[in-house]
Design a protein around this ligand. Structure first.
Ligand code: ZN
Length: 144
């Protein structure tokens, strides 16, 4: 059975990310700079190109799809927790091309910002630490 813990909203940061920067690296840097180790992120905007992952459950590894084209960020949503003692952003994105066709997946390095407006919420609560999970092969939150 899954376990959930109560968290409380501590602070909210909102702003625009830098043109040409790596989207996942920027979100991670913001969290590290503001000591956000438990929270959530969301964003909208556009990217110049994208790299998104799909976790192959049988092979237990990500396969990455790189799209060398301008895309809209319809929705980025994710969370912030601790991995190896450092804030880690885990985010998924839905992107759309010029025809409005949507693609999505696990946000990976290599997704380059054209314009991005983001909101980061920091929570107070117990630590969420990522540890290796035998069932999935993924670094998931420790079940206490
Ligand atoms: Zn993911």
């Amino acid at each position: 059975m899954g376990k959930l813990a109560a968290v409380e909203k501590k602070s909210v940061f909102m702003g625009r990310l830098a043109f040409g920067a790596d989207l996942l690296e920027e979100l991670t840097r913001i969290c590290k700079d503001r000591s956000v180790s438990c929270g959530r992120v969301e964003a909208i905007g556009a990217v110049r190109k994208a790299c998104i992952g799909y976790y192959d459950q049988d092979l237990r590894q990500y396969q990455f799809n790189t799209m060398e084209q301008a895309l809209e960020i319809l929705k980025l949503t994710g969370n912030v927790s601790l991995k190896d003692g450092e804030p880690m952003v885990h985010a998924h994105v839905t992107l759309a091309d010029e025809k409005g066709r949507a693609f999505g997946g696990h946000l990976a390095p290599g997704t380059i910002i054209f314009a991005c407006e983001c909101i980061v919420e920091a929570f107070d609560g117990p630590e969420f630490k990522r540890v290796y999970d035998e069932d999935t092969g993924l670094p998931l939150w420790e079940q206490k």
